[in-house]
Design a protein around this ligand. Sequence first.
Ligand code: M6R
Length: 615
Amino acid sequence: MCGIIGYIGHRNVVNVILSGLTNLEYRGYDSAGLALRDGSDIKVYKTLGKLVNLKNELEARKSELYNVTCGIGHIRWATHGSPSLVNAHPHSCTCGKLVVVHNGIIENYKELREELIKKGCEFKSQTDTEVIAHLVANEYSKAKNLEMAIQNSVAKLQGAYAICVMHKDVPDLIIGARKHAPMLIGVGDGENFIASDTPAIIEYTKKTIYLDDNEIAIVTKDSVKIKDINGEEIDKKIEILPWEPIALSKLGYKHFMLKEIYEQPDVIRNVLNGKIYDIDEPIILNEVKLDKETIRNLKKIEIIACGTSLHVGLVAKYVLEDFTGISVEVEASSEYIYRKTTTDSSTLVIGVSQSGETADTITAIKQAKAKNAHVLIVTNRPDSNMARLADSLIPVNAGIEVSVAATKSYIAQLVSFYLLGIYMAEVKGTLDSDYLKNLKHEIIQLPTKVEEILSCTNSIQTCAKKFSSFKNFIFIARGVNLATAYEGALKLKEVSYINATGYAAGELKHGPIAMLDETMPVLSILMSGGITYEKVLSNSEEAKARNAKLIALTSSNDEKLDSLFDVVLRVPQVREILSPIIACVPCQLLAYYIAEFLGKDVDQPRNLAKSVTVE
Ligand code: M6R
């Protein structure tokens, strides 16, 4: 979704802002813009589409710029008003002296807009953001102090905002403010940054101050002051970012998505590191702050998440129920919020989110907290809003994920749930010790098994070419891999725009079978050694009888599969409950290679955003 960077300091301001926006590009956007203080002027540049257009525009107009000392930049993912130049940020007040960039949604913007029009403000765009420009300018005309104007203005805003403001009459000052949308300060030497997310600043500084809700940052090149909305100064801690700039490089891979798929063995090792060190010893999960008695008395677990993280939750249901005997409900956050849930203090609510900023999940988590549930967050962003709401926090440490399509964060979240399940089972005594030892032993082998898949992807690439011209796909599975079917279909849809749907294999004959013919390939997930293999095989035969082209994703060496299926993708054998870790990898690769073969924008699929910060 939208991204913000503000910079004031000794470097080339245009370059810093453009590189900051480039590092936020992965979030998804449809226009970009920046405002620069050049001498006593403020100059605004905006373009539609990709950032390269803004770069070209600035290159063409660089002779107009003389002495740029600070600036604010933005990439916009349209919410209010179409993606157009007039709706792109920065927005200005009527006289053009004040500029603002904004992430979030102002819910009372219509009322404010009417009031401001009555006061003579001239609106140019359809955005909710433009009200902020006029509102602050209006307050500034009364207070003659930008800081106070912002304090007075944010008090009138309802909804979510992270804003950066500059004013022509207040040289060399950028003010930021936030409520329900992330914002941080990058602290430098003779320079400072304001950004909506860490990748925007990581090239320049690791020293960060995270703004909390209702805080305002007053930033010059030599100072950063954080105040509350009453103007009281707050003493904030400087934190050191855990990321390295190298995380934002493709390291020779054609796309971040492929690089991140290949990082997965190490990502799994990272998750296991320090938690399983000896199969005879209990799992160490200090992050879980529930005492053992509470774990023993838990009545229910609710998992809330969206998209790929929701699929993690669906796997986790099988794992946690199997390992602990506790009943688990899984629901899309955007639906959970409409239910009168039976959540109470004996419920463990788990929010799953790679970004930790997904608005629907944050709302659902707040609802669960209000019902006194213990909230555990599983996320790749321990610095996120969601992490700050957590009673317990499991950071999955997958490293920054740049590709919009989640891959390594998915596998890291999955592995974290296996560890959580074992931890709880050890507290409750629900699994016998031999089973536990074997399970841990197999979990430790997982990185090597994923490496085996990644070391030979020829058959997946050939399959991708063969099937790239199909317009529709069905993925089927049963049991713990039903979520793998959903996730495989989602990945394919996201990056290749091919219509793909995951179905419980048993449901095929209750409706979807009507769609089957030679134009509708079916990918069956057949993990051997468990209770679902034979049944999924029968369902695949039913599909074959309707002339569907068949792909098997299997850990079985049974040769009869080669005559039934058009393509057989083989993966290493693991016990069925662990197989989603193995089965998800070929699904990711298939989606990647089909999209790459079709020439799609793999890392930044159209219309998608990495952090979905609006409900
Ligand atoms: O950051 P989150 O995990 O909360 O994001 C949830 C979904 O928006 C996300 O998983 C989305 O489905 C991705 N595009 C998956 O590739």
